[in-house]
Design a protein around this ligand. Sequence first.
Ligand code: C5P
Length: 289
Amino acid sequence: MTGTGHACAKINISLDIVSKMDDGYHNMRMVMQSVGLCDELTVECVPGKGVRVNSGLPFIPGDERNIAAKAALAFFAHTGIENYRARIKIKKNIPVCAGLGGGSADGACVLRILDEMFETGLGRDELEKIGKNVGSDVPFCVSGGTRLAEGRGDILTDLRPLPDCSVVICKPPFSCSTPELFGRINCDKIRARPDTEGIIASIDKGDLSGVARRMYNVFEDALPRGARDISDIKYVMLDSGALGATMTGTGPAVFGLFDNVDDAREACERLKADYRECFLIESPASAVF
Ligand code: C5P
């Protein structure tokens, strides 16, 4: 049996940390948006046991350390399906370790593919529950769209779709460790925060510039390195006409929102002079379910 699917990247329109929880995780408040920059997945299930992931990239693990593999194992454990071996092939288009949720999107995509392949009919809610134990961003990636994410990232509220816009994403050539960045945050000393309520109100009104000027990511003040690249990329985006620009997730990718595709194209071309991984997405992606 073989199934295929697309795994869309996400961007954090806002990323705020409310508190640290007793289990060491952080209580988040984020507006998340999926974008049409997608990995391509094929899952083949054959008689046997276990799971193997092949991405063709030597630095991405092929075993249970990979979120896509974890997702397949979690699906089999939840449904009691035994005696199958999952072979997962991933064509990576989403930059790795970028804050774009590529691994989480792959994990969520595996859950959707297996639910369809085995006709288990779990649907969005049940797949999100399984995804929660696979990774904090996996539940959002199960159906994507535009959503408020709270708690660990798994308490999700649907929002209206983000007003139509072009998105430019640029990833500078270094990576940030997620646990390290969380470790650098002192919840009582956060200097600047996004205006998440204002963003939600602006989405409701269809006011793109109201969204863009309220965006922020609290991790931008906790970067151990690369702050210069982040501000340089933001500068080029804003100077080319972006309505707002900010870092996504734990970085280091930066995105800008544009109401004019020609400005977005110009920003992308200018950034390509200094950065290899630049993408122009002509409109945000809507929900899968
Ligand atoms: O859940 P996930 O495996 O994606 O989380 C990776 C790491 O990020 C966790 O080990 C934890 O250090 C941190 N984290 C956190 N609070 C969250 C999500 C992640 O502290 N809400």
